[in-house]
Design a protein around this ligand. Structure first.
Ligand SMILES: Cc1cc2nc3c(=O)[nH]c(=O)nc-3n(C[C@H](O)[C@H](O)[C@H](O)COP(=O)(O)OP(=O)(O)OC[C@H]3O[C@@H](n4cnc5c(N)ncnc54)[C@H](O)[C@@H]3O)c2cc1C
Length: 505
C-alpha cells in the first residue's frame, strides 16, 4: 500500500481541465499537488492515434469558435505552439448530398429540405418552450417532422451536429439557437492536423509546472494508471483510494471525471453525495459522438476543399450520414471519416469492426458504385464503453435553467468539481474544459485563503490560552486542550501548521 504523505490538493484526471486546474494552482504557489489519472496517458478525450500513416484525432478534432471579437484561449495556445490546423468549410456540404443510387441532390431540393429542417427545428424549440420543464425532463418526445431521406439527413445534422452535437456550426449557419462558443469566439472552426496531435497542447501546458524531458513527463506528482475508486471526505480532508489498493490523503480534491463517469458507479463517495448533487448529475445528458476512420488503397471520391464534407441520405436517420475526406488535412492519406452519434454510436460500439466495415462499405458503394476498393483498415473508437469516459461530452437539456450546471459544479465539502460539463457557457468543448479548470482552481484558492485566514484568527484567539496553559493545573490544561481539539481541524494539528506546543496536544 502506498501511504503517501498528505497533499494540499489531489487532482483526479489529467484531461484538459485537470491540467489547466493544476497549472493555476502551481502558478499560485501550490506545488504540493498530486494528479491521479486512470489511464496510461494524459489528454482524456483529447487523443491521437496513428492510423494509415498519419495521426488522427479519436476525440476532439476541432478548435471551434475562432475569428470572433474575443479570442478563444485554446486557439491562442495552439497558435503559440504552432499547432498545424486546417480551416473547415462546411458551407458546401449541402451541395454534396448523395441519395442511395449515388446521385447528388440538385441544390434547389437541398435548399428546400434545409429550409424545412430549420423551420421544424424552430417549431420544436417553440414547442419545448411552451411545454413545462417537467414534461421535457420526463422525456416528452416531440413529433419528428422530417420524412424523406434528405430531410432526415439534414435534420440529423442540424440536431446532432449543431444543437446537441454543438460542432460544425457553419454547415447550415443555423439560426435556430445561438451557441455561446460562436457568439463569443467566432464561427470559424479549424481541424487539428498535426502529427504531434491536439494533445501536444497539454504537454506544453504541463511543461510549465511539471518536470519533463524530451516530451515525456517525469514528475512523480503525476501518477498514471491510478483509477480512483473511493473518495472518503470529512471536514478535515479527503482520503482517496485507488483500485490498486493505494491510499492518498489531501486537504482538498479536484475531480475532473466526465459527467458520464459521475453517473456510473466507478467512484464511490463516503459519505454519499447529497441529493441535490446526484439529481443534477442525472439531469445532464451524455452525448456519444464517434468518428470512424477508413483507410483505402486509393481515392475514389471527389476531392477539393469544396468536396471535403459530404452527406449520405438514407431512410434511417443518422445511418452513416456525415462524411469527410482527409485530403485537405493530409494529402495522399486516402482516409475517409464517417461520424455517427448516440444510438448509432452505441450500436456500432457493440458490434465487431468487421461488421461496421461491411456496413460502411455498403454505404460507400451506394454513393460511389460497386467497383470501389474495400478499405484496408478501420478504426472505431469506443467512447461509450470506455469506463473512464462513458460518452463523448455533456449536453444540457435545451430547456434547463442554470441551476443544473451550477449544482454540477458546486463543491461538496472539500471535493471540488471541474471538467467541460461544469462550464456554463462552453460545456462540451475543449475550451470549456480548459476554462472550467481555471475557474475551479480559482474557487479553490479562494477557499484555501479563507481557511488560512480563519485558522490564523483561531490561533490568534487561542494564543493567550496557550501561554496560560504553562501555569495551569493538570485539570485546567486538559480543558484548554479539549477546547482546541474541538475547534481546530485535525490536519492542522498533524501538519503542525499552528505551531501548538506538543505538550498540550
Ligand atoms: C469523439 C469526440 C469528439 C469531440 N470533438 C470536439 C471538437 O471537435 N472540439 C472540441 O472543442 N471538443 C470536442 N470534444 C469534447 C472535448 O474533447 C472535451 O470537452 C474535453 O476534452 C473534456 O476535457 P475534460 O478535462 O473535461 O475531461 P476528460 O478529457 O475526460 O478528462 C478527465 C480525465 O479523468 C480521467 N478519469 C476518469 N475517471 C477517473 C478515475 N476514477 N480515476 C482517475 N482518473 C479518472 C479520465 O481518464 C480522463 O483522462 C469531443 C469529444 C469527443 C469524445
Amino acid at each position: 500500500m502506498d501511504s503517501s504523505s498528505r497533499s494540499a490538493v489531489i487532482i483526479i484526471g489529467a484531461g484538459i481541465s485537470g491540467i489547466s486546474a493544476a497549472k493555476v494552482l502551481a502558478d499560485n504557489g501550490i506545488a504540493d499537488l498530486l494528479i491521479l489519472e486512470a489511464s496510461g496517458r494524459i489528454g482524456g478525450r483529447i487523443r491521437k492515434e496513428s492510423f494509415g500513416g498519419v495521426s488522427v484525432e479519436l476525440g476532439a478534432g476541432w478548435i471551434a469558435g475562432v475569428g470572433g471579437k474575443a479570442s478563444n484561449p485554446v486557439w491562442e495556445i495552439a497558435s503559440k505552439f504552432g499547432l498545424r490546423t486546417c480551416f473547415s468549410d462546411y458551407s458546401n456540404a449541402r451541395y454534396n448530398i448523395y441519395d442511395r443510387s449515388g446521385k447528388i441532390f440538385p441544390s434547389a431540393i437541398a435548399a428546400d429540405s434545409y429550409k424545412k429542417a430549420v423551420d421544424s427545428a424552430i417549431q420544436k424549440l417553440r414547442d419545448l418552450e411552451s411545454n413545462s420543464v417537467e414534461d421535457v425532463a420526463n422525456g416528452a418526445e416531440l413529433p419528428l417532422t422530417a420524412k424523406t431521406p434528405i430531410e432526415l439527413a439534414i435534420d440529423f445534422i442540424l440536431h446532432d451536429f449543431e444543437m446537441a452535437g454543438k460542432f460544425h456550426n457553419s454547415f447550415l449557419s443555423s439560426p435556430v439557437e445561438p451557441i455561446s462558443t460562436y457568439v463569443d469566439f467566432g464561427e470559424r472552426e479549424f481541424l487539428v492536423a498535426d502529427e504531434r496531435g491536439y494533445e501536444y497542447l497539454l504537454y506544453k501546458m504541463a511543461e510549465d509546472f511539471l518536470l519533463t524531458s524530451e516530451g515525456k513527463i517525469l514528475d512523480n506528482r503525476l501518477k498514471l494508471n491510478k483509477v480512483v475508486s473511493e473518495l472518503q471526505h470529512s471536514r478535515n480532508g479527503v482520503t482517496v483510494k485507488t483500485e490498486d489498493g493505494c491510499v492518498y490523503e489531501a486537504n482538498y480534491v479536484i475531480l475532473s471525471a466526465s459527467v458520464g463517469v459521475l453517473q456510473s458507479d466507478l467512484i464511490c463517495f463516503r459519505p454519499p453525495l447529497p441529493r441535490w448533487k446526484t439529481d443534477a448529475i442525472e439531469k445532464c445528458d451524455v452525448m456519444v459522438y464517434t468518428k470512424i476512420f477508413l483507410k483505402f488503397p486509393y481515392k475514389f471520391w471527389p476531392c477539393g476543399t469544396d468536396k471535403e464534407f459530404f452527406i449520405y441520405a438514407h431512410e434511417r436517420r443518422g445511418y452513416y450520414t456525415f462524411w469527410q475526406h482527409m485530403e485537405n488535412a493530409y494529402p495522399g492519406s486516402n482516409i475517409l471519416v464517417v461520424t455517427l452519434t448516440n444510438g448509432e454510436s452505441k450500436r456500432v460500439e457493440a458490434q465487431s469492426d468487421e461488421e461496421t466495415l461491411k456496413e460502411a462499405m455498403g454505404v460507400l458503394r451506394d454513393m460511389f458504385g460497386p467497383d470501389i476498393p474495400t478499405a484496408t483498415d478501420i478504426l472505431v473508437p469506443r467512447w461509450w464503453n470506455n469506463r473512464f469516459q462513458r460518452g463523448s461530452y455533456s449536453n444540457y437539456p435545451i430547456i434547463s435553467n442554470n441551476q443544473v450546471v451550477n449544482d454540477i459544479k458546486a463543491p461538496v465539502g472539500r471535493i471540488f468539481f471541474t471538467g467541460e460539463h461544469t462550464s456554463e457557457r462552453f460545456n462540451g468543448y475543449v475550451h470549456g474544459g480548459y476554462l472550467a479548470g481555471i475557474d475551479t482552481s480559482k474557487a479553490l484558492l479562494e477557499e484555501i485563503r479563507k481557511d488560512e485566514r480563519e485558522n490564523e484568527s483561531k490561533s490568534f484567539l487561542l494564543e493567550p490560552l496557550i501561554a496560560l496553559s504553562g501555569s495551569l493545573t493538570l485539570a485546567q490544561s486538559d480543558a484548554v486542550s479539549g477546547l482546541q481539539k474541538c475547534e481546530v481541524p485535525t490536519q492542522l494539528y498533524l501538519s503542525g501548521k499552528l505551531g501548538i506546543p506538543e505538550a498540550i496536544l
